[in-house]
Design a protein around this ligand. Structure first.
Ligand code: SF4
Length: 359
């Protein structure tokens, strides 16, 4: 894939001395502007917002519970730490189109020490709990890494802590910085994967399907555990063959013993996201299947098709990879029961995934 290079970088004056700002200034050859805290930046659409990188301090808390922990859904007790906002890639179904509609500027936060201080405080307060913490909620975990080299701070931080596991979730192959670091068994690098047809039609700017397992193999050989997220599963003509091929590509590339987890999920579309996806210049494959409105006001692929796709995927994953931990993301107990023959408690699921990741 082509590495992301912004058109320009804007740095908040207070953040000029930060490690992130200094690294970006060293690595980015293009125009750099300064702005004062509170000064409004030029208005941007979500698409323009992806072309300019803003570096500034984050005001407010960094750490929060994953929003999947909604009542009525089985939750895996996952925490997210948001070190960036928006993403340089452009997936047709991305929830950021709605979630960041009012704040679309691609931003990397510079007060990383404050974020890690928050993480440290919660780990020290609960030394007997095991935490899984990810950075890939409001952005891709690695897309900006060639510019910010943030992984040089994150990986040693988590490698030195025994009760927390970091997940770096990505659709890129920006792993070069990781390969020079020792994860100490505390870092999982995971890839969102899809059938090649969906990657080509709906995941603009991302690594190709073959590039993702190839990158996973390289980080595995560098001592990292890996994960995969088939999310969203999309129905299209030939979806069975498309997803079977993606599973085979993973099985051919990585050692199943080094897979921490694999998740399966399907689209949930708020009214705002549904409108945003429909407004895109090219129709999205993700909207091709039948959608029904849920009690939470979000449109979803109808349940019968979700069950069929999940059962197909679980059978393929078991056949190709054996007993790797597989879980469903943001699904209710009734779907878990019909697909997985069990409904784990949130706590049990969190513990099982943590155990699969080998502490
Ligand atoms: S890679 Fe992830 S965060 Fe980036 S546009 Fe695609 S879905 Fe959104």
């Amino acid at each position: 894939m082509k590495r992301f290079v912004p058109d320009a970088v804007w740095i908040e004056r207070d953040a000029l001395g930060s490690g992130v700002a200094q690294t970006v200034r060293r690595r980015f050859p293009g125009p750099i502007e300064c702005f004062d805290a509170g000064q409004p930046l030029p208005p941007a659409s979500l698409q323009d917002g992806k072309r300019t990188l803003v570096l500034r301090r984050h005001r407010g808390a960094f750490l929060r519970h994953c929003p999947a922990g909604t009542a009525g859904l089985v939750c895996c007790n996952y925490l997210v730490v948001n070190l960036a906002s928006n993403c340089p890639m452009d997936c047709s179904y991305c929830f950021l189109q709605d979630y960041l509609a009012d704040t679309p500027t691609l931003t990397a936060y510079t007060n990383v020490d404050a974020a890690l201080g928050e993480v440290d405080a919660i780990l020290r307060a609960h030394p007997d709990r095991r935490f899984r913490i990810g950075t890939g909620e409001l952005s891709d975990s690695l897309a900006l890494d060639p510019l910010t080299e943030l992984s040089q701070q994150l990986v040693p931080f988590f490698a030195a802590r025994r009760n927390a596991l970091l997940e770096l979730k990505t659709k890129t192959n920006c792993i070069d910085t990781l390969l020079a670091l020792d994860p100490g068994g505390q870092v999982v690098v995971s890839w969102s994967v899809n059938a090649a047809a969906v990657v080509e039609s709906d995941e603009s700017g991302t690594a190709t399907l073959p590039e993702r397992p190839a990158a996973a193999r390289r980080v595995q050989s560098g001592g990292y555990r890996v994960g995969f997220h088939f999310d969203p599963l999309v129905e299209f003509d030939g979806w069975e063959a498309g997803y079977a091929a993606a599973v085979e590509a993973i099985a051919a590339a990585v050692d199943p013993a080094g897979i921490a987890w694999i998740s399966l999920g399907s689209l949930r579309l708020s009214p705002g996201l549904l409108q945003a996806v429909r407004r895109r210049p090219r129709p999205s494959r993700a909207l091709a299947g039948e959608l029904v409105m849920g009690a939470d006001g979000k449109a979803r692929v109808w349940r019968g098709l979700r069950l069929r796709m999940y059962r197909f995927m679980v059978a393929r994953l078991r056949a190709a990879l054996g007993a790797v931990p597989v879980y469903l993301c943001m699904e209710p107990p009734g779907v878990w029961e019909r697909v997985m023959d069990e409904v784990p408690s949130d706590r049990a699921l969190g513990l099982r995934l943590a155990a699969g990741a080998t502490w």
